[in-house]
Design a protein around this ligand. Sequence first.
Ligand code: URA
Length: 452
Amino acid sequence: MNATSAAALIRAKREDQRLSAAQWREVAQGIAENTWCDAQLGAFAMAVAWRGLDLRECRDFTFALRDSGRCLNWSDLPGPVLDKHSTGGVGDCVSLALAPLVSACGGFVPMISGRGLGHTGGTLDKLESIAGYDVNPSPERMHRVVREVGCAIVGQNADLVPADRRLYTVRDVTATVDVPDLIIASILSKKFAGGAQALVLDIKTGNGAQTPDETAAMALATRMHAVAAGSGIALAAALSDMDQVLGRDAGNALEVRAIVDLLSGRACDPRLRELTLALSAELLCLGGIEPDHPGATARLQRALDCGEAAERFARMVAALGGPADLFEHPQQCLPQAPVQRPVVASHAGFIQSIAVRELGECVVALGGGRRVPGAPIDHAVGLAGVRGLGERVDQGEPLAIVHARTASDADAATARILGAFRVGEAPAPPAPLLRWLPQAQAPRAKTATVTA
Ligand code: URA
């Protein structure tokens, strides 16, 4: 096939032809250099949605996107460069704890994160509830923080995978955000450009996930694993449960507070802690820092117990412009909502189901999320003390505590929360929290050499 113009490449994909690696590079360049107009991007994305990509094409597109901009190079670091991606859930603030934990154990974590859109929160929005935290540092500043502290959680720099940035904007308005091959190329191109040697993927399933259907989530995880195979990047993928909120909190400042508590050894939800430790342990193994999960978990536990992980987080926050006393004075450093109101069970029983997406939407409606990119959010609002599946509640006992800006916002949230919980007589066992994909054991990184 000799398809050299944008229209010819779109037609080829529309007719279900396979594009070569050179053609995928042409597509990515056309997007990044603006020689393709938005209409062509939209038509191309829709052709991919209809026809799909085979594995080779998905891999070629991923690497072509990666190479549309600058890749980060961490070859000066004396340890493995490790990263994590989650498809997003309600209350999922694992990244905030994983980065300092893994760095406290000898890994380096330059984590490029995103903002919330829709019913799930975004790591950057959570960090921005800490006054002064700069999610867009210069590349030099980011590099310095990663080298000196061991981790930095920041946003996507303008020249990191520019083709994805543009394509995503068009996908957002052409009903192609949920196309699996486009999701995979988008996520992995950014992670590969970020220079990680090992990556752990947390694919959420359950009613609060972007991919609620377990078969679809499994297919996504398997395909991502296959795309990464042969890339030189060690990757492990897991499915994790989103049929209940992860942890007890959903809302930006509330989740940061939960992480401050986790890292400083205060009370912490066991599921949030378990998932954080499991994903962190896998990264230590993939990075060649520890040989197995029991050893890795013990090391992570020591990093928590001795305060090293908390110190890393505190240093990262201070190095990126936040307060130096977040751990000493979390109440003063994080915004608090003026209205805090418990939502109580109308009758006693066991929590049998939770409409998690509805709880996420409730946080958005309170102002804690956004419906259009770039809209401002209220970092203080959200839900705290959210109860979990299988738990017993008495009549009048709180199912959650609404943190709202106004009393009328709290009223509206209360009605939605009551509708989201089903309380019945028989206990319903919750789904397993985490399942690793069987082929998760990718080659382990032994050195810190990165050839980005
Ligand atoms: N879906 C995408 O397509 N890209 C991302 O970066 C995240 C989710």
